[in-house]
Design a protein around this ligand. Structure first.
Ligand code: 5AD
Ligand code: SF4
Length: 444
């Protein structure tokens, strides 16, 4: 493509968290509205958007290798835009290091992409990492398409400033989207085919707003109202912070049938000195108390968390406290990471950074414990009857894949269609998923 041509096809590649997946979908909708169509699978796109993640080192490295891979044999490249959190944090560096990149756009500015594309096709290289007062959500096209399981960003940014984390710098301060906009977007997603909506936010349970009657509501209020949408069958939310786990939200887990029995509540570490150094503002005990309260109202809840091993100064004994916490909780699934120093965060310059070999060993031990518990959780599910939302075809002929209420991947064969909610009996736990037997055809 010559630089003066407006692109005809696009591809958006999202890295990292589900909020990036959501942003990637919204960018795709925005490009489609400009008459740019999705490039067919396997074909080169005129415009490639790399929607990046900056949370750990490897994520940023992937971006540079992707840019390299987009180079054609003659040395030219498609029109490349780098979006997302690496764009926000390292925009100038990307422009200097990767001449093939023509646009750098931050997570709060991507509604301006059409304008940027026009400028880029005039031969300019454009950066927009503003956090503008106007919200991108108002400028984005209305939702018209959805798969059966949809994401809906309700809150962005973070004011917690955990000392290891770049999010408060890349995504900015905590902002809640207005209640009415969210109800509207949820209804549109359901009209477009969504049966399940996952509410997203860096601190989703810090969401607050005002309902149509002017009453102040928290995330539990929003969930209760969304549960009134007749064709919406399931509601989830992620990611939560322990400090925002209100009584109302915990109660909702016991009362709102459409709220799925799954809670992702990162703890990061099991030792109070480390938690304090991380600026987590909760202790291991206060975290465990929250889980007890949730389990009291919803005994079958599946628990999930995030962990960081090798935070600066973490001793062997302190790491053992993390393993002990895992033994106490028995998570259904978890994410765990080696600490990665992020420029500009307080922890990056703390003394006593932990050697890589030590982090490797700790991560292996932690992941072995987490896998043990995940497998135990899945094995304990065998024999249960539950609903599954059919999300896609499986690898084998006639096979379908969906999610159980506890967010397990379930596969089975039978006469069903994507978007159906069917009843199955869970029959065998296999590593990361569960095979099942279809009991009834469509139940909803
Ligand atoms: N190093 C390693 N892991 C990190 N996370 C956030 N920042 C870092 C970092 N600097 C992890 C946390 C968080 C998840 C999204 O990513 O566990 O909950
Ligand atoms: Fe990062 Fe902590 Fe905010 Fe989560 S709560 S986004 S880990 S600063």
């Amino acid at each position: 493509m010559r630089p003066t041509q407006i692109p005809k096809t696009y591809r958006v590649k999202s890295f990292g968290c589900q909020m990036n997946v959501y942003d990637g979908e919204r960018m795709a909708e925005l490009l489609a509205e400009q008459g740019i169509t999705a490039a067919p699978e396997g074909e080169e796109a005129d415009l490639v958007v790399l929607n990046t993640c900056h949370i750990r080192e490897k994520a940023a490295e992937k971006v540079y290798s992707d840019i390299g891979r987009l180079r054609r044999d003659d040395g030219s490249s498609p029109l490349i835009a780098v979006a997302g959190c690496v764009a926000q944090a390292e925009g100038d560096e990307i422009m200097a290091r990767a001449p093939a990149v023509k646009m750098v756009v931050g997570p709060q500015a991507y509604h301006r992409l059409p304008e940027m594309i026009r400028e880029a096709t005039e031969g300019k290289r454009v950066t927009d990492t503003d956090m503008p007062a106007e919200t991108k959500f108002d400028a984005l096209p209305r939702r018209r398409r959805s798969g059966p399981a949809a994401f809906l960003t309700v809150q962005e940014g973070c004011d917690k400033f955990c000392t290891y984390c770049v999010v408060p710098y890349t995504r900015g301060a905590e902002v809640s989207r207005p209640h009415a906009d969210l109800i509207d977007e949820a209804k549109r997603l359901v009209d477009a085919g969504a049966r399940e909506i996952t509410l997203l936010g860096q601190n989703v349970n810090a969401w607050y707003g005002e309902d149509a009657k002017g009453r102040k509501v928290g995330l539990d209020g929003l969930i209760r109202e969304l549960a009134e949408i007749p064709d919406l069958a399931r509601i989830r939310y992620t990611t939560s912070h322990p400090n925002d786990m209100t009584e109302g939200l915990i109660t909702a887990h016991g009362e709102v049938a459409k709220l799925m029995p799954f809670l992702h509540l990162p703890v990061q570490a099991g030792n109070d000195r480390v938690l304090k150094a991380m600026n987590r503002s909760h202790t291991a005990e206060s975290y465990l108390k929250i889980l007890d309260r949730v389990r009291a109202v919803r005994p079958d809840i599946a628990l999930s968390g995030d962990f960081i091993v090798g935070f600066p100064g973490e001793t062997d004994a302190e790491f053992e406290d993390t393993l002990a916490l895992v033994d106490t909780v028995r998570y259904a699934q978890c994410f765990s990471f080696k600490y990665s120093p992020r420029a500009g965060t307080p922890a990056a310059t703390m003394e006593d950074q932990i050697p890589l070999a030590v982090m490797d060993e700790r991560l292996q031990r932690l992941q072995a414990a987490l896998l043990r518990d995940q497998f135990a959780f899945n094995t304990a599910s065998v024999g249960k009857t539950c609903d599954v939302l059919v999300e896609r075809k499986g690898k084998h002929p006639g096979q379908w894949v969906g999610k159980s209420p506890w967010l397990q991947s379930v596969h089975f064969t039978g006469d069903v269609a994507i978007g159906d909610i069917v009843t199955v009996e869970l029959s065998e736990a296999i590593a990361n998923s569960i095979s099942a037997r279809l009991l009834s055809p469509v139940t909803a």
